[in-house]
Design a binder for this molecule. Structure first.
Ligand code: NAP
Length: 534
């Protein structure tokens, strides 16, 4: 470390995931920019989450960059829903094609940041002993970055291997002949389970809360489908940004409660086969706003589960009954429910008999020991805030972000935090996050942020900040739309209730991406409302 001569830059970007890489591409033309990345490769989420079965849950034709038409015309997705290796390959292709690598520093984790009020500059320190000084920091740290590992005692006593879906070994894992315990049935567990079951001697799925999941219908990309997308990319990208989820699903016109039973079934069957979780959640106008309408969809999915899973007791246990569908992220799977018809798969009720400890042989639940060779934790993330609060960030007057957010995050548009000037987040807490298609909306947020920085530069300003009045206004807007939905009736990472001791605050903007974008644009265009610039 050479603290006497820090590296000087205009902008530091944290994270070389999809948003961080686009931010680098967008800003490097006009600024001295450096992107710091904790992993030893690019791709962010799609670098870390390399567990078996990891694939995107939105069709890749949509879930891909739109900023360069040649890129989207030339790139070929082999499957409708790209698997992790293809997404990582795509991230690397983008890094090479747009010559981003020389401004990305890999295996470099940001550990500490401090805002110097006298110079309006950020000091950034890394775990490699680096010290950088810059005008702006853009934290493209992702919504789902900091992993959550249950704190059961006895891990060191377990004779086998413990893996977490978010930190999967690059060389892969051979489950042949192994007894595998998979803990967690969110999107990660639901995707990993069928692949593990094909290899393992026996798979035990420890389920605390059953997930709602629908089949992806994944298959190789058909040439006509690809041609059609490539012929219409520019207008479709534009259309996406005008929708609720930045996704081209069919938006409904009819309430579930106004349909006949036959109409309901026809609409639900079409949505079930649509390949889109968004489609199932918006197949009626009121699925996400009315519990009775929501129950129509819940009941449909539960009937599907009972049709697919042959053992009635297992089917019963797999049926979610305690929260509304879409209240937390709906999973998309490739053979999850049919997997329970295999002889080598057992569903364990970790609600009735919770896991209490690791032990020498495997896992201990109340009442018994489960002998295992490998334990796979698909136990999710300290989502939305975790990536930021795990960095020691000191803003104005010594204010620390961890302290400021102790009772839950406060932000203006999920982008800026009062007390932390010149620091922007992409996909921060209180943005639409996973409620919208994240590559496209990430590009949009980067463009909006870049425009703000460009304006600062042009006007010769050096400090931009928000204040608590603006944060309260955004909190009110967020709460108002969230309270009008079914989300408040589900425990999830959207609310922080998946992490013991984390404040229970709804952290996603569910008012729709198009409204979010309109409000962000209006604030900037109408005299930087809610910001202070000097
Ligand atoms: P998650 O949805 O938070 O699921 C974590 C699972 O672990 C839950 O079933 C949870 O049970 C269980 N769990 C946690 N602690 C436990 C404990 N002590 N004992 C027993 N069970 C425990 O996490 P995730 O599956 O990693 O997914 C997170 C998000 O990442 C998704 O919602 C999605 O947005 C994104 N994701 C997307 C994809 C995709 O695009 N295909 C794939 C993976 C993830 P409870 O529900 O009872 O807490």
């Amino acid at each position: 470390m050479n603290d006497s001569a820090p590296e000087t830059l205009d902008i530091v970007i944290i994270g070389a995931g999809f948003s961080g890489m686009y931010a680098l591409y967008r800003l490097r033309r006009d600024y001295e920019v450096l992107c710091l990345e904790a992993g030893d490769g690019v791709g962010g989420t799609w670098y870390w989450n390399r567990y078996p079965g990891a694939r995107v849950d939105i069709e890749s034709a949509e879930y891909s960059y739109g900023f360069d038409n040649d890129l989207q015309q030339e790139w070929r997705w082999p499957e409708l829903f790209a698997a992790q290796p293809d997404l990582e390959r795509y991230a690397n292709h983008v890094a090479d094609r747009f010559a981003l690598r020389d401004r990305i520093r890999l295996s470099t984790r940001v550990t500490r940041m401090r805002f110097d009020e006298s110079s309006n500059l950020w000091h950034v320190w890394t775990d490699r002993g680096g010290h950088l000084v810059c005008r702006y920091v853009i934290a493209a740290t992702g919504s789902l970055t900091a992993s959550n590992t249950p704190e059961w005692p006895g891990r060191e006593s377990f004779r086998g291997q413990v893996l977490h879906t978010t930190e999967w070994p690059r060389e892969g894992v051979d489950f042949s002949g192994k007894r595998v315990g998979l803990v967690g049935t969110g999107s990660s567990g639901v995707q990993a389970a069928p692949i593990i079951a094909e290899q393992a001697e026996h798979l035990y799925v420890f389920q605390r809360t059953p997930a709602f999941s629908m089949p992806s219908g994944n298959r190789p990309v058909d040439p006509d489908y690809e041609r059609d997308w490539k012929a219409h990319y520019p207008e479709r990208r534009k259309q996406m940004l005008e929708t609720y989820g930045a996704s081209l699903v069919k938006y409904p016109t009819v309430s579930a409660l106004e349909c006949t039973k036959e109409e309901q079934e026809r609409i639900l069957e079409a949505a079930w086969h649509s390949r889109s979780a968004f489609q199932l959640l918006v197949c009626f106008t009121d699925v996400l706003t009315d519990m009775a309408a929501n129950e129509v969809v819940c009941d449909f999915v539960r009937r599907k589960i009972r049709q697919i899973v042959k053992d009635p007791q297992t089917a019963h246990l797999l049926c979610p009954t305690t929260y509304p569908i879409g209240g937390k992220r709906l999973c998309i799977d490739n053979g999850y429910y049919p997997m329970f018809n295999r002889d080598n798969v057992t569903l364990v009720d970790a609600r009735a008999t919770p896991i209490t400890a690791f032990c020498e042989e495997g896992l201990q639940t109340t009442g018994r020991t489960w002998p295992l060779d490998v334990i796979v934790l698909a136990t999710g993330f300290d989502a939305l805030t975790g990536a930021m609060t795990r960095i020691d960030i000191e803003g104005e007057g010594g204010l620390r972000l961890q302290d400021k957010w102790r009772e839950g995050p406060t932000t203006y548009f999920g982008s800026m935090v009062a007390g932390f000037p010149n620091l922007f987040m992409i996909h921060g807490p209180m943005t639409p996050s996973a409620q919208a298609q994240m590559i496209t909306t990430g590009e949009w947020q980067v463009d909006w942020t870049a425009r703000i920085i460009d304006d600062m530069q042009r006007e010769g300003l050096t400090r931009i900040q928000t204040d608590e009045t603006a944060e309260h206004w955004w909190q009110d807007e967020l709460s108002q739309v969230a309270n009008a939905t079914v989300h408040r009736h589900a425990d999830s990472w959207y609310r922080g209730t998946n992490i013991a001791g984390k404040a229970d605050v709804f952290m996603i903007y569910v008012g729709g991406f198009q409204r979010f974008a309109q409000l962000c644009t209006a604030a900037v265009e109408e005299g930087y409302r809610g910001f202070r610039r000097s």
